[in-house]
Design a protein around this ligand. Structure first.
Ligand code: A2P
Length: 398
C-alpha cells in the first residue's frame, strides 16, 4: 500500500479564474488551461502563499490521497472528488493498522487546519451556470453604453459599462462575475489573461429581458484591462469569459435579511441584489441593510440612484472618509455606531452577510463584528463559522 500524502487542490465550481493564485505562486506550482486552474503535486510545497490572496476560498481545498491527482486528472474535474475512504486497508495485510490510521487522522486534520469551513451558496440560491465561455472559446459582446459614475472633478473614474450579448446565451445570477480579455499580449508575448469584474445588473438583464448586463469598473493607473474597459465606446466588440462564482449568490428566500458591506466598486453585486429584489419582491421581503464606504459622495458609484431606493427595501448607511472638515469614517466605524441594528441582524438565523471591496476592510469589519457580537453574548468566530457552513457568510475582497 502506498503511503498517503496531503494534496492541495482548487475547487473548480467556486474558482472564478482570476489567476491571482497562479501569479502569487513563486515556485510555479499553479497553472491553468482554458477550463481549470490546477496545482502541480510535484511542485507544491504547501507554503500557503496562495491561500490568503484567493477572493473566493476555492484555493483552500485539501485531500489525503494514496495516489496524487495528476494535472490531467485536475484539468478534467468539473467538481472536486470526495475525500477517499482511507480506512480501507487494501491487500497489504502486514500494515500496522493503528499507526496507519493515526497517520491518516493527522494528515486529514492538518489538511483542514485553518480553513474555517468551505464557502457555500445560500440554501435557497438558484443554481448558477459557470465557465460557459473561456479564453479559447470566448463570447463576443457589443458595448451598449459606457457612463461615468463618479463626479468629473473627483479623483476616481468609475464607469458603468453595459454589454449586449445578442443571441448568445449568457445566463448569469446576481453576485457572479465575468472575465474580460484585453486585446494584445503581455510582456512575454502571451495573450492577456481575462480580468474579472462583478456583474452589477440582475439576472434578467440591465434592461429587463434584454440579453445584456452591466459592470462597474474603476480605472486603475497602468491597469491594462481597466483602462481598456473604461475607454470602450458604444458599438465596440469585447471578448468575454465566464460566468464565474458559485457561492456569493443572492438567496431566493424573500425572508432572508441581507447585511451588505462594501467599499467602492465592491457595490457592484449589491446593485444587482437590490435590482433583483426591487423587480421581483417589492417591499414584501426581509430587507437589506448596506454599509457603503467611499471617499466622498461624488466618489460613491450609484450615489444618486441609491438615494432613491426606498429604505424599506435597502437601508443605506453611506460612509465617507475624505469629506473636508469631517472626521475620516470607515464602514467598520459606522457599524459600531449602528451596533444595535447590526446585533439584531447577527442574532437572526435568517440573516446573510456579504462583504465586498477592499481587502483592507476585512480586519476592521471583523473587529466590529467581534465587539458587537460579544455585547450580546455571542462568540463571533463561532457564529461566523456556523454562518459560513450554512451559506450565510460571504466575502469577496481584492
Ligand atoms: P481612504 O480615504 O482612507 O482611502 P477607494 O476609493 O480607494 O476605492 O476606497 C473606497 C473607500 O474605502 C474609501 O473611503 C477608503 O478610504 C476606504 N478604505 C480604505 N482602506 C480601508 C480599510 N482598511 N477599511 C475600511 N475602509 C477602507
Amino acid at each position: 500500500m502506498s503511503q498517503p500524502t496531503k494534496q492541495h487542490l482548487i475547487d473548480p465550481e467556486i474558482c472564478i479564474r482570476c489567476y491571482t493564485c497562479e501569479m502569487t505562486c513563486s515556485i510555479g506550482a499553479i497553472e491553468h488551461d482554458d477550463t481549470n486552474v490546477v496545482v502541480n503535486p510535484e511542485i507544491c510545497n504547501f507554503c500557503m502563499d496562495c491561500i490568503p490572496v484567493c477572493p473566493t476560498g476555492s484555493i483552500d481545498e485539501w485531500r489525503v490521497v494514496r495516489r496524487s491527482y495528476s494535472l490531467d486528472d485536475q484539468y478534467g474535474f468539473s467538481e472536486l472528488p470526495e475525500q477517499e475512504d482511507m480506512t480501507e486497508t487494501g491487500e497489504d495485510a502486514d500494515t500496522d493498522m493503528e499507526a496507519f490510521d493515526d497517520a491518516i487522522a493527522a494528515l486529514l486534520a492538518e489538511a483542514h487546519k485553518g480553513t474555517g469551513g468551505k464557502a457555500k451558496a445560500p440554501a435557497s440560491a438558484a443554481k448558477p451556470t459557470i465557465n460557459l465561455y473561456n479564453p479559447g472559446k470566448p463570447a463576443g459582446a457589443t458595448v451598449q453604453g459606457n457612463y461615468r459614475l463618479t463626479d468629473v472633478d473627483s479623483d476616481a473614474d468609475v464607469r458603468h459599462v453595459i454589454l449586449n450579448f445578442g443571441s448568445l446565451p449568457m445566463p448569469v445570477l446576481e453576485g457572479q462575475s465575468i472575465g474580460i480579455i484585453p486585446p494584445g499580449t503581455d510582456d512575454d508575448g502571451k495573450p492577456h489573461l481575462p480580468r474579472l469584474y462583478s456583474i452589477s445588473s440582475p439576472r434578467d438583464g440591465e434592461r429587463p429581458n434584454f440579453n445584456n448586463l452591466s459592470l462597474t469598473v474603476k480605472r486603475e493607473e497602468k491597469g491594462v484591462c481597466s483602462n481598456y474597459v473604461c475607454d470602450l465606446k458604444k458599438g465596440d466588440s469585447v471578448q468575454v469569459t465566464g460566468p464565474f462564482g458559485a457561492t456569493f449568490l443572492l438567496p431566493e428566500d424573500p425572508r432572508a435579511r441581507l447585511l451588505l458591506i462594501c467599499t467602492g466598486t465592491g457595490s457592484a453585486p449589491f446593485r444587482a441584489f437590490t435590482m433583483r429584489r426591487q423587480r421581483t419582491l417589492g417591499a414584501n421581503q426581509g430587507g437589506m441593510t448596506m454599509f457603503f464606504g467611499a471617499r466622498s459622495p461624488g466618489n460613491l458609484p450609484y450615489f444618486g440612484p441609491l438615494k432613491k431606493v426606498p429604505q424599506t427595501l435597502l437601508h443605506t448607511h453611506m460612509v465617507f472618509s475624505r469629506i473636508p472638515g469631517a472626521p475620516k469614517e470607515y464602514v467598520q466605524d459606522r457599524m459600531m455606531v449602528e451596533q444595535e441594528a447590526v446585533a439584531d441582524l447577527l442574532a437572526d438565523p435568517n440573516t446573510h452577510i456579504y462583504i465586498c471591496g477592499l481587502r483592507g476592510m476585512e480586519e476592521g469589519v471583523e473587529k466590529s463584528f467581534t465587539n458587537i457580537a460579544a455585547d450580546i453574548g455571542i462568540e463571533w468566530q463561532n457564529l461566523r463559522d456556523t454562518m459560513r457552513g450554512e451559506g450565510r457568510y460571504h466575502v469577496e475582497t481584492y
